[in-house]
Write a protein that binds this ligand. Sequence first.
Ligand SMILES: [Zn+2]
Length: 182
Amino acid sequence: MLQAKLSEKGQLQFTVPKDERDRLGLRPGDMVALVVKPGTDEIDFQKLVTTTMCRLCNGSGNFYNEGTCFICENGQLPLHYTIWDILTSSRVRMQKVIINVTTQFVEIPKIELKSNTFSEEAMTYAQEVLQLMLIEQFAERSVTDPIKFLTPSDVVLNEIISLLHTPWGKERVRSMFRHGSI
Ligand SMILES: [Zn+2]
């Protein structure tokens, strides 16, 4: 039987045994479900997934080997985040300029990052990755199949491509519209 002490605020504190913590890869702050095993009075611990891997640092929590990633916590972002919400929140530990570009054909926010901490090369990389994620979020999608982007006309595509600064960023935009995701 598992026992827990009730706090004055009505909280119950359990201790998850070390071997269970190791087995589930639990870290402080993780959400854990307690499930009674059917037909027993034993408790099963289950790790609840509430976060997703940060695509800027690929889940490492370290950006470009230059320091703590400036948009995530330990390589994780909230599960149903939008990159727009994150960039416009105070969690971004960086100077940022977000320009809502209303050009002739597309309305996709353009981001410019400035940093005294990270190298220019790292910032160029961050700028491109985050701009691609913004395009992915804001580009028009098919009404019948929301996973698919609407195929943009050449003029629109060129305008979207112009939001990127590097040849690889521009190529990734092209392939994103060819394949439906980044
Ligand atoms: Zn990160």
